[in-house]
Write a protein that binds this ligand. Structure first.
Ligand SMILES: *Cc1c(COP(=O)(O)O)cnc(C)c1O
Length: 389
């Protein structure tokens, strides 16, 4: 008997493609996958590589993204998450237990500071912050309960560049799990796993997505065992990415090399122009020979990134006036998009830090962070220089 319309509208055919395949990765906007074999379904529930059963466990579009980024980073496998903070908290909570101790750089992303203090309040996780200037800081901070060393390749917002090979070696010598947030560098400028990192993470929201239209993150694991543990934790905690965000990210990543080349070229020029401007007291860009980490950056990075920070001579008022004066440049909390964005950290992203903590992270009251976009350099500078005057 023919099925009724009410049934036929529900069960739609899935086309098979006999002689061709799509050039782009299809969007599998499916939460759920049907099986012919009950044993295969049971198996798929237990591991990340036995077929797709439920999109919190794994999804073909997401898997394409995970394999793409794992390969770029030189890792064994990756787990994509609902946000960069999903990746940060997965990296922390997947390893740490109550009472454990973490050694972390003192100029971390603001949200990562907040996550570490949450873990301190709720789970007695202790944190020691180190300047990230001398690898001996690691051994000096180690305690019997130290489990993890947490670093950022290029640290927000004054673009400190840690000597990753030396710090990761020090972390390994102390038997620590090493985690690197590689958001600012992207795998095109640095692959921390090649320098010995156990886990690398990204806020996809920034350069990997690149178009200010995705909120997502990703964890890349150096080895398969850590990956399986990380997959289990992230899946159980529910921090998995949505397939549509994976699909947008795959599209964004196709132009990552072109975008990064333009971000870096524009940022380098803007840094030079700012350094010569009388309203600017100091420019923080690892590509400038005056930057304290310039020599380290030349060794660790293949280019110097798209973020330039600068301190205005006029302090807090001048910082505020600059962010009111920009027109083409967007006043925004995020970074890494194709459009140039400006932020005044002291009054926004780093407002949870008191004056002393601000100073120790190298942030002045008049510091502006510019995420330099891929527009024409003359238009970017025209807007920045009119906002400076
Ligand atoms: C933005 C950012 C994060 C957090 O990512 P979300 O996608 O906003 O959750 C983590 N680390 C760094 C370095 C970032 O810039």
């Amino acid at each position: 008997m023919d099925q009724h319309p009410a049934t036929r509208v529900v069960h739609q055919p899935t086309p098979t493609l006999p002689n061709s395949h799509p050039i782009s990765v299809p969007l599998y906007q499916a939460s759920n996958f049907a099986f012919d074999d009950p044993d295969a379904l049971a198996e798929a529930l237990g591991a990340p590589d036995c077929g797709f059963v439920y999109s919190r466990y794994g999804n073909p579009t997401t898997r394409a993204l995970e394999e793409t980024v794992a390969e770029l980073e030189g890792g064994a496998a990756a787990v994509a998450t609902a946000s960069g903070m999903g990746a940060v908290t997965s990296a922390l909570m997947g390893v740490l237990k109550t009472g454990d101790h973490v050694i972390a750089q003192n100029c971390l992303y603001g949200g990562t500071f907040a996550a570490l203090s949450y873990l301190h309040e709720h789970f007695d996780v202790e944190v020691s912050y180190i300047p990230g200037e001398d690898p001996a800081e690691v051994a000096a901070a180690v305690r019997p309960n130290t489990k993890m060393l947490y670093l950022e390749t290029i640290a927000n917002p004054v673009t400190r560049v840690v000597d990753l090979p030396a710090f990761l070696r020090a972390g390994k010598e102390a038997g620590l799990v090493t985690v690197v947030d590689n958001t600012f560098a992207t795998p095109l400028l640095c692959q921390p796993i090649r320098h010995g990192a156990d886990v690398v993470l990204h806020s996809i929201t920034k350069y990997l997505g690149g178009h200010s239209d995705v909120t997502a993150g990703i964890l890349v694991f150096a080895d398969d065992e850590r990956y399986r543990h990380g997959w289990h934790h992230t899946m159980e905690m529910g921090a998995m990415i949505d397939p549509f965000a994976s699909w947008l990210t795959l599209r964004g990543i196709q132009t990552l090399a072109l975008r990064m080349r333009q971000h870096c070229a524009n940022a380098g020029r803007i840094a030079e122009l700012l350094a010569a401007h009388p309203a600017v007291e100091k420019v923080h860009y690892p590509g400038l020979p005056t930057h304290p980490d310039h020599e380290v950056a030349r060794r660790v990075l293949s280019d110097f990134g798209g973020v330039v920070s600068f301190d205005l001579a006029g302090g807090r008022d001048a910082g505020y006036a600059f962010t009111k004066g920009v027109r083409l440049v967007k006043l925004a909390a995020s970074l890494g998009g194709v459009e140039t964005m400006a932020l005044h950290p002291a009054s926004t992203s780093h407002r949870q830090l008191d004056a002393a903590a601000l100073r120790s992270a190298g942030i002045a009251e008049g510091t502006i962070r510019l995420s330099v976009g891929i527009e024409h350099i003359d238009d970017i500078w025209a807007d920045v220089s009119q906002a400076l005057s």
